[in-house]
Design a protein. Sequence first.
Length: 354
Amino acid sequence: MKKKRIYFITSSIIQMLLSIYSFLNAETIRQTIINNAQSLYGNLSDKVISTFSNTSIIPAMSGVCTILGLVILIIAIKDKLSSKKILVLILSIASILCSIQDLIIVLMIVNIILILKTKKTKESVRKNTNKKITVLDRCDLSNKCLVSGIIVAAVYFLLMLFPDILPIPKGYLKAIIVHLFILIVCLVLFKDHLKRDFYAFRVNFKSYMSYIFPKLGIMYIFYISANIIASVVLKLGNSVNQQNIEAMPFWFTIPLAVVWAPIVEEIVFRGCFRRLIKNDKVFVIVSALIFGMVHTMSEASLISFVFLTIPYSLLGGFLAYIYTKTNNICSNMFCHSFHNALAMGILLLSSLLG
């Protein structure tokens, strides 16, 4: 049952992020469907073209599919799969009907097969009564902390998906204002935890480094291998996220990558999620997938989206793993800052030499 639960959590996250991807790229996907439909014959071609001639059909279907995935995710996180079999079955079937992405359809078919084989055993009932699996040491899981985590995550994703929501001038001034706003929100809501973790990190810096760096080296082996597969074997270029970074001036990207991203993204992807997910393995998987997919959400093709997500997910999973072992968000911020500083150094060196 534990493996099934992890699968449902993973599949629902993928469903949500692919649906958001479809929502953000609705017009491109709609045009592709219409172009492909022209190769069909007879009434089928006419019906497909007529259906997708409505520009709002894909955003609407993607929005519904996102909500369905969210409900399945909540059921799986709460370990209610056995008691909510019928509901999960209905949600999976509805997701198939609303899905634009083939991968979601495949995942939902597997969902249906697994949920039909799920039985309400004594073991699952016993697990449902044990809510406290693994809680971080000295971590305040009060309602205030949970609400703070939700607010920070909501502000981050809202401004990332809809940057024009703030009525401020465009250009780098706007970008600076938006990023400072998010940074201030994160620092204010988590100031007590940051003070505590920073003091512990400073006092135990050597022990943290001796623990982190060997594991960081192992992570880089997989991370570099994944990048090689994506860039050489599949002949894919850099991610859109990387291209956007390279297009910005260094006076903006270096503080953004080395200071802002480690603080904000660690608070959002590790700090906030950890306060909502207490199980170590589930937390690492959720954090890795969302961190990876958010960084490649702007990819134009699905194959680029999938394969360029892997390196980011490896990094996100490693940072989540480190958080479960150190219980200190500052250790994550240091690793994240070190990784981004290394990437910025390579980028700066290549620009100087080339």
